[in-house]
Ligand binder design. Sequence first.
Ligand SMILES: *[C@@H]1O[C@H](CO)[C@@H](O)[C@H](O)[C@H]1NC(C)=O
Ligand SMILES: *[C@@H]1O[C@H](CO)[C@@H](O)[C@H](O)[C@H]1NC(C)=O
Ligand SMILES: *[C@@H]1O[C@H](CO)[C@@H](O)[C@H](O)[C@H]1NC(C)=O
Ligand SMILES: *[C@@H]1O[C@H](CO)[C@@H](O)[C@H](O)[C@H]1NC(C)=O
Ligand SMILES: *[C@@H]1O[C@H](CO)[C@@H](O)[C@H](O)[C@H]1NC(C)=O
Length: 500
Amino acid sequence: MYIRRQQDYVWIHIVVFLCICDRSASQISYSISEEVNKGTVVGNIAKDLNLNVQELETRDLRIVSSHSKRYFDVNLRTGNIFVDERIDREELCPNVVKCLLKIQAVLNNPMAAHRIEVNILDINDNSPAFIEKTYSLNISESSLTGERYLLPIAVDADIGSNSVKTYKLSQNEHFSLDVQSGGDHGVSAELVLQKALDREKQSVITLLLTAVDGGKPAKSGSLQINVNVLDANDNIPNFSKSLYKVRVRENTPPGTVVIKLNATDLDEGINSKIMYSFIKRGNIDPSNIFDLNAETGEITVKGTLDYEETPAYEVRVQAMDQGTSPRSAHAKLLIEIIDVNDNAPVISVTSLMTPVKEDAELGTIVALVTVSDKDGGNNGVTNCKVIGSVPFKLKSNYKNDYSLVVDGPLDRENTSLYNVTVTATDEGNPPLSSFRVITVHVSDVNDNAPRFMEPVINVYVKENSPIGSVIYTINAFDPDMETNAKLTYTLLDSYPKIFQ
Ligand SMILES: *[C@@H]1O[C@H](CO)[C@@H](O)[C@H](O)[C@H]1NC(C)=O
Ligand SMILES: *[C@@H]1O[C@H](CO)[C@@H](O)[C@H](O)[C@H]1NC(C)=O
Ligand SMILES: *[C@@H]1O[C@H](CO)[C@@H](O)[C@H](O)[C@H]1NC(C)=O
Ligand SMILES: *[C@@H]1O[C@H](CO)[C@@H](O)[C@H](O)[C@H]1NC(C)=O
Ligand SMILES: *[C@@H]1O[C@H](CO)[C@@H](O)[C@H](O)[C@H]1NC(C)=O
């Protein structure tokens, strides 16, 4: 880690101060870039010490160093001090702005030691690098534009202009980069949200952050940034249909599945978990008749479906997600009940004329018959007729209204009472029928003359019979009834009035 801290500056200042002191005691200073090739000449010691080149050998010039490595050597024939070992500034003086290598040139006859200070100059041999391999950021899709997110910094072992100078961000539509040059404190970067995120469109955004140093040529290092877009409950549930239509037979047993609702929510987790329910409206509570499974959306029969009572249900259903601020949607459900032929026709009779006179004319209305059937469609269409052979028939008045009329001669003396059976049958499959017996009494009309048993009656009377003795009882018969059958007997004038 090459993080510059406050103490480092203090230390550097002390070093610089010491150097200034040493310089007064005739010190030689050279500068050389790090990483130069071996043999690169740093300076000429003979010239700088004002020595004759021949003297170097005779006085046995040596370069000594207090470091583990010597780094430099001297060519005794020329006096050139040259690089003898690879010099890595960052290894030699980590975290230090000014890197000074101190060596000595030692001579014999007379003995003399000259301090030499070599300033190792930085070259851009290090790229900026991030410690993290990747960096993850969690950002809610509800974040507002302008929100800022601090990013990791890159480090560069080089110093000054060779260290990190700026950051760049890969091309993307959501974020921009704000780079702050903090003077001595290096450069840092923040992501700035420019365009609202949408998890439903893109849940992970991969960005590449590149740190670039100020060297020439510049070096760079990159870090992959994964932005995880966190879900917000920004989508409402969506029913697969706005109107569900279904047909169910009446009398369907409880537990039978009617329909399965389906709503989806593009959000994630509980924000997309949907609960279904009926919406109670007015005084109609669908939950009395149907069961709705809140989790699966399955609707089953619960109560009794009676077409004759309710031929159709219009129900509102709701889908609500389970987010902390839940969002909901509703749809319409139309359940049509299919009629089943479960009602037999009902015959009602209003007797108009009973008893009916035996001399009633053909077409005389005896009773009114009305047929009704609660079923719908063909299940409610009825046909009505009289069965058996009776002198009555049904005449249709209007739709299901009939008149029972006299259709033949009546004769009370033969039949005084008719049990007229009327049946009504619907057109369902299988058909249902019902019947009704209409009792018709026939009332008497004086249509029969009294009749004697025989046309001539021979009566034998004993002579000398006393006056007043019964010689014979005449009997006549009248099939009519009551007063129409009450007889009075008289003797006709044309016969001798010897009998009374
Ligand atoms: C991001 O969220 C995930 C869960 O969604 C969590 O495991 C992870 O720790 C979070 N990361 C950060 C950096 O907050
Ligand atoms: C809702 O669902 C329907 C049917 O599945 C689909 O056609 C429609 O595009 C969806 N609407 C939205 C806003 O997702
Ligand atoms: C609901 O509808 C979606 C598509 O609209 C489908 O992928 C899903 O399987 C359906 N769910 C059920 C339980 O039917
Ligand atoms: C008397 O009625 C019966 C049926 O009730 C019928 O068959 C018969 O012909 C009738 N007789 C007369 C004389 O009308
Ligand atoms: C008519 O019905 C009544 C009652 O059911 C029964 O008593 C009577 O005998 C029946 N009469 C005829 C002629 O069928």
